[in-house]
Design a protein around this ligand. Structure first.
Ligand code: BES
Ligand code: MN
Ligand code: ZN
Length: 498
């Protein structure tokens, strides 16, 4: 999507420039700024519409009008803003979201987005870019005939007050970068598991880094390398699949040389059948989304590369399939993790923690300032928090505060869950150092506790995104979460450490 900023547009511009739709805000029944300008050019059309109450009076109400031949644009969308002074961040998001959603069925390719003129703030620019990108998102490349009713929204010009051009231009660049990261994360999630294999994820990582090789490098460790590192826990999961496992390591060195990096670790199970502890068939296709943690790491890298964020960041992605076969991991098997701890596998469907524990041990070599892992780890987290918040598990209160602040700022929300050692008891094994499952109770917490055992050398947080990474049902599709949260965290980290 092409985006640009416009200030001070002339009547001539509105008469001649060909847009498919001009989106303008109305304050109650008052027409200011571009709304007033458009009204005058259309001989009072907007005023008539307001007088006949065709536009509702609730913030976010919209109405679509045809312009006749007076404007370069085919259509005008009026959006109710309500009282300008009463608009806080949440209401602003609601208004912008409603307007973007209303654009969906309008067959618009080029849009003049006027809402950012009265709203004024930079946050209106970011929210608008995200809302419009989200409304324009489609994943239909596997259909032989794309839906003819859908016109790709490919150009958006945002109107701003002249005094706002400089800060808004900065906000626009950041939002553009972030929306590219979110879209990449969604695309990877939505790809079918026969396409999005561990090998494919490694290729995507390499393509991401290639144009910025001076600051970002990628190393892909193969089965033999992973074996040499002693990552037997990771390898035990990969064993049942014909797809070779990959350990993908991205390193971005864009900050000061002596700055300890932040490390993101993403669960990259490109299909989770459950293995020998096989899952029931119902909705099993959705286990293609079990690599959304990995996708969020790649999406976040895309965003910070586009922003050229001056920070040292490492991404670690253990990627493999969890499949049953004659060679697959079995319940009862005992394996030795890279950290040297033995693990009794009581359920092969609790595979995420088995690949993550080795990746978390691998993270130690970067002497990180902090490590955040992101994983579609437990169905229990979906039961606990539904689809609203991602589960946040973190020992250190300072890191918790940073992540919660980033979650609030980005709207990509989290809920902090407990992580005390009392929960560790359920992971006791009669035969090994640890069992890979606790009981049914508190399942998302015992999973986090399992990981905690491998993270004692650095500040660490775990995000369970099982309920937030994708939607089921009619709207089935990846959400791109938590790319916004992670990027916001890194951006904030950057301003505090510089
Ligand atoms: N990838 C799943 C978690 C999951 C399940 C996410 C459903 C979203 C929806 C994970 O590997 C898994 O299977 N976890 C098991 C753990 C259990 C065996 C202790 C689960 O949640 O059932
Ligand atoms: Mn599983
Ligand atoms: Zn899984």
């Amino acid at each position: 999507m092409k985006t640009s900023l416009l200030d001070n547009i002339s009547d001539e511009f509105l008469r001649t420039t060909q847009f498919d739709c001009i989106v303008v805000g109305v304050e109650g029944s008052t027409l200011n700024g571009v709304a007033n300008q458009v009204n005058n050019l259309c001989s009072g059309l907007l005023q008539d519409v307001l007088e006949s109450k065709d536009l509702g009076d609730k913030a976010g109400d919209t109405v679509l009008l045809r312009t006749g031949k007076t404007l370069g644009s085919r259509q005008i969308m009026l959006v109710q803003l309500g009282v300008l002074e009463e608009i806080d961040a949440a209401r602003q998001l609601k208004i912008i979201g409603a307007a973007a959603k209303a654009l969906k069925p309008t067959r618009c390719g080029r849009v003049l987005w006027g809402l950012t003129q009265p709203l004024g703030r930079e946050s209106a620019i970011s929210q608008s870019i995200h809302a419009v990108t989200e409304a324009a998102y489609r994943f239909d490349s596997f259909k032989s005939e794309p839906n003819p009713a859908f016109v790709a929204l490919d150009e958006v010009a945002l109107l701003v007050a002249p005094a706002q051009v400089v800060p808004c231009a900065r906000a626009l660049r950041q939002a553009d970068a972030l929306s590219q990261g979110v879209s990449l994360c969604r695309d990877l999630g939505n790809l079918p598991p026969n396409r999005c294999t561990p090998t494919y994820l490694a290729e995507v990582a390499e393509q991401l880094a290639q144009p910025v090789a001076a600051k970002t490098s990628v190393e892909v460790l193969e089965r033999e390398d992973i074996q040499a590192l002693g990552m037997n826990s990771f390898l035990s999961v990969a064993r049942g699949s014909v797809q070779p496992p990959k350990l993908i390591v991205l390193q971005r060195k864009a900050g000061p040389q002596d700055q300890a990096p932040l490390v993101l670790v993403g669960k990259g199970i490109t299909f989770d059948s459950g293995g020998i502890s096989i899952k029931p068939g119902q909705a099993m296709d959705e286990m293609k989304y079990d690599m959304c943690g990995a996708a969020s790491v790649l999406g976040t890298f895309k965003a910070i590369i586009e922003m050229d964020l001056p920070l040292n960041v490492v991404g670690i992605i253990p990627a493999c399939e969890n499949m049953p076969s004659g060679e697959a991991l079995k319940p009862g098997d005992i394996i030795t993790s890279m950290a040297g701890k033995s693990i009794e596998v009581l359920n092969t469907d609790a595979e995420g923690r088995l690949i993550l524990c080795d990746a978390l041990t691998y993270a130690e070599r970067f002497e990180p300032a902090a490590v955040v892992d992101i994983a579609t780890l437990t169905g229990a987290c979906v039961i606990a928090l539904g689809n609203v918040h991602s589960g946040l598990f973190v020992r250190e209160d300072a890191l918790a505060a940073e992540l919660i602040a980033a979650a609030q700022a980005s709207g990509d929300t989290v809920w902090r869950m407990p992580l005390d050692s009392a929960y560790n008891d359920s992971l006791k094994s009669n035969f090994a150092d640890l069992a890979n499952i606790g009981g049914r109770e508190g399942g998302s917490i015992t999973a986090a506790c399992f990981l905690e055992n491998f993270t004692r050398k650095y500040p660490w947080a775990h995000l369970d995104i099982a309920g937030t990474a994708w939607k089921s049902g009619a709207e089935k599709g990846a959400t791109g979460r938590p790319v916004k949260l992670l990027t916001e965290y890194l951006v904030a980290r950057c301003t505090t450490t510089l």
